[in-house]
Design a binder for this molecule. Sequence first.
Ligand SMILES: O=C[C@H](O)[C@@H](O)[C@H](O)CC(=O)O
Length: 271
Amino acid sequence: MGQLLKKPKTKVLKQGVTLVHDTEAEKAPLKYVSFKLVDIQANAIYEETLGSYECCIVVVRGTVTVTDGEHVFSNIGTRSSVFERKPTDSVYLSNGRSFTVTGTSEACIALCYAPSNKQLPTKLIKASDVGIENRGQLQNKRLVHNILPDSDKTANSLLVVEVFTESGNWSSYPPHKHDEDNLPYESFLEETYYHEIDPPQGFVFQRVYTESRNIDETMAVENGDVVIVPAGYHPVGVPDGYASYYLNVMAGPVRIWKFRNEKDHEWILSR
Ligand SMILES: O=C[C@H](O)[C@@H](O)[C@H](O)CC(=O)O
């Protein structure tokens, strides 16, 4: 297997708290972005103190209570499955903050990290405040929940978005990249994908490839996998009969999402 596809690797941290993904521990080839996925049982507590990182805690499913010692966000989370296709609650915590997450039901949280040196206020990103976008046409349609878009100044470097792609459709397509620090034409953003598939025995195809093809991995991605995008184009194709969910984390030297479509495939936008 190449180095960009990460399968779940469970590690019990303490009673009722299981680490499922940890890109840093898995030595992912990333400098800016890191990602953890944690399963929390009811009444179990995950705790962490952030160094020079900020973190967006996304309540993937179930409900939790988050506190940083000053704020308490009780019983947040809106769904028992991502495939309810509704936005969820998230919490932004800046560098230097300590926090705990207590399960108020059986829950799964995504911890999305990026560098941060200027401490910003802790913030509950309510489901009702998440921007919803229907993008694309024909077989390129997808539903996007903008949890932390670059237009939202809550964070210093973190960008977080979740994307739903229905049966037989493509997303992150036409292939685009954001791997050159060349504004205003393109920004450099590393990216992670946390994938879920419905029904869960399904798979999606994702290719990650650079202009030079020094990176060129085509993966069959299964439910619960993570894909690392250090650079390059990164389209996703969803087989007939299945639905795809992925949670994206992006970060780089400048917090702007400015991508470039691959010239060979840009024509599909003008149909
Ligand atoms: O760069 C961002 C990621 O590729 C996805 O969030 C993508 O933009 C989703 C989409 O528009 O298909």
